[in-house]
Design a protein around this ligand. Structure first.
Ligand code: ATP
Length: 304
């Protein structure tokens, strides 16, 4: 069981309204030390609003937000966090090295500049004015600024948007290195593979509520399906009527089967068609679970 001191950030029953719109409708969230938490959800789910409350950028209408057991606006809390939001207003004429020195000076125990630059992959950009960098390079600089103060807690709001595959992989490696040092991370992302690759825990939000909170495996297990693809002469309608087959559809030359009993269906397939080929078996992805969960919510709301 985690003790109170292991909790680095917390939302308790947080409600936030914008006029008649309820952006957060009683959100509870707890982040433990050294944990990477991915916050997922469709557009407008309330992810950025949750982060804004934790950063003290606004106050909840009801409930409370805490950082290290303190009000998030307290300077002692601010000095222990690093932040990378979706948009950053940074002075375009300052060089990257100057920006890093400036932001590092706000923190009591910053990293050496070269170390921050190396972690974020901006070592070759230090003399370049920020405003002259590409979008992906600017995102990397923003990441360097978020981590340069050796924060205990990092907020990364869709950090890899606009990054190429190589830059994204490097940022993943840097996040893993920071977590290995004991840093906690709150990561919002629309890239489910990013959450799958990095997160110990995943929160799924929709319409201002938390729908699910647990490990990636626990979320995936909410959809106990396996997908089978193969080339076969069997008819989709026939397979669709087998027990425990959820769906069977032809996709060009291939058959796509979803089932809750993969071994059973596989045996039957191989028995029924000796010439079956190009077999692929894949368990439900995080994307399947995410879609199922957010669809359930829509169906429940429509029924209400
Ligand atoms: N300043 C604001 N004024 C009015 N409504 C707002 C404001 N900020 C957010 N909202 C609304 O609150 C809801 C939650 O928005 P929020 O930005 O937290 O969602 P999100 O999950 O971060 O979405 P996205 O994935 O698109 O970034 C949305 O319906 C949004 O339109």
């Amino acid at each position: 069981m985690h003790t109170q001191t292991d909790v680095v950030a917390r939302l308790c029953g947080a409600v936030k309204r914008y006029g008649s719109l309820t952006a957060l409708d009683g959100v509870d969230l707890v982040l433990q030390r050294g944990e990477l938490l991915a916050v997922l959800g469709p557009n407008g789910a309330g992810k950025s609003t949750s982060i804004s409350l934790l950063l003290g950028l606004m106050e909840p209408d009801q409930g409370r937000a805490e950082l290290f057991g303190m009000d998030p606006v307290q300077i002692d809390a601010c000095r222990r966090i690093g932040v990378m939001l979706q948009s950053a207003m940074l002075p375009a004429t300052l060089q990257v090295g100057e920006l890093l020195r400036l932001v590092s000076s706000y923190y009591p125990n910053p990293r050496p500049l070269e170390e921050s630059a190396a972690l974020a992959g901006v070592g070759d950009l230090l003399k370049r004015p920020y405003g002259k960098l590409s979008g992906g390079q600017q995102r990397r600089v923003q990441f360097a600024l978020a981590l340069c103060g050796r924060p205990e807690l990092l907020f990364l709001d869709e950090p890899t948007v606009g990054m190429d595959i190589d830059a994204r992989r490097k940022l993943w490696a840097a996040m893993r290195a920071l977590v290995a040092e004991g840093c906690s991370v709150v990561l919002t992302t629309h890239y489910l593979e990013e959450a799958e690759a990095l997160a110990q825990r995943v929160i799924v939000m929709a319409k201002g509520r938390v729908l699910s909170d647990g490990s990636v495996d626990a979320l995936r297990a909410r959809v106990p399906l396996t997908h089978i693809r193969c080339v076969t002469d069997l008819h989709a309608d026939v397979i669709a009527n087998w027990p425990q087959v959820v769906s069977a559809e032809r996709d060009g030359t291939r058959m796509r089967i979803s089932t809750s009993a993969a071994e059973h269906v596989l045996r039957r397939l191989l028995d029924a068609d000796a010439s079956l080929s190009e077999l692929e078996v894949q368990r439900a992805s995080l994307a399947d679970a995410f879609t199922a969960l957010t669809n359930e919510e829509t169906v429940e709301q429509e029924a209400a």
